[in-house]
Write a protein that binds this ligand. Structure first.
Ligand code: CO
Length: 210
């Protein structure tokens, strides 16, 4: 059997199973969404947002890219962010990185990867910023893990630097920002940073709104 056929068959079985439990399941689902969470995660196939948090359809608004980055010129991310914050009025933004992230690993080497160099550059900026701190760690795996955590913290900062988040903080004290790392060896998520409205300051990146 063609491997992709498995996905279509599984989908049919899933839809039937849902209807067996609740015959109005898809009627209700089609009425609209009001998720509480925006998830910004890595595109890695081993870190599926809903699966590892046991969430149902309708619960998490999801954006994924290589190494869970918040790049201030990324129209895709910014569009998702603006819609999630201003229209869906989500209460929490979660940036979830993961240990053994291939994107982070690649950015810590000096290899040329072609086009993806442009994306990895954003991760390299984080690496360079924390280079001395990271290279004080002798064990290579520990250094790699530390970089994954630092990258999540930096991406949380990048979220806080956006006028989208700052305006929402001013108007509604929401959303809360959460930086997490998924431990692929244990299946568990570790919290590495939390920031709420009023807890973030920057003499450079804080906007004054009219
Ligand atoms: Co990854």
């Amino acid at each position: 059997m063609k491997d992709y056929r498995k996905l279509l068959l599984n989908n049919k079985a899933w839809a039937s199973a849902r209807l067996e439990v609740d015959e109005h399941y898809f009627d209700d689902l089609s009425k609209g969404q009001s998720p509480l969470f925006l998830w910004i995660g890595c595109a890695d196939s081993r870190v599926p947002a809903e699966e590892i948090t046991h969430a149902d359809p309708g619960e998490i608004f999801v954006h994924r890219n290589v190494a869970n980055m918040v790049v201030h010129t990324d129209m895709n991310l910014l569009s998702v962010l603006q819609y999630a914050v201003e229209v869906l009025k989500i209460k929490h933004i979660i940036i979830c990185g993961h240990y053994n992230c291939g994107g982070v690993k690649a950015a810590m080497t000096n290899k040329d990867f072609g086009l993806i160099n442009k994306w990895l550059r954003n991760i390299k900026e984080v690496y360079e910023k924390h280079y001395d701190e990271l290279h004080a760690i002798e064990n290579e795996q520990s250094r790699f893990n530390a970089m994954v955590e630092l990258n999540v913290k930096e991406q949380i900062q990048n979220l806080a630097k956006t006028s989208i988040v700052q305006k929402a903080w001013k108007n509604s004290q929401l959303p809360h920002l959460h930086g997490w790392v998924f431990d692929i060896h244990k299946g568990e998520i570790k919290e590495v940073v939390n920031i709420s409205a009023g807890e973030w300051e920057s003499p450079v990146f804080k906007y004054e709104f009219e």
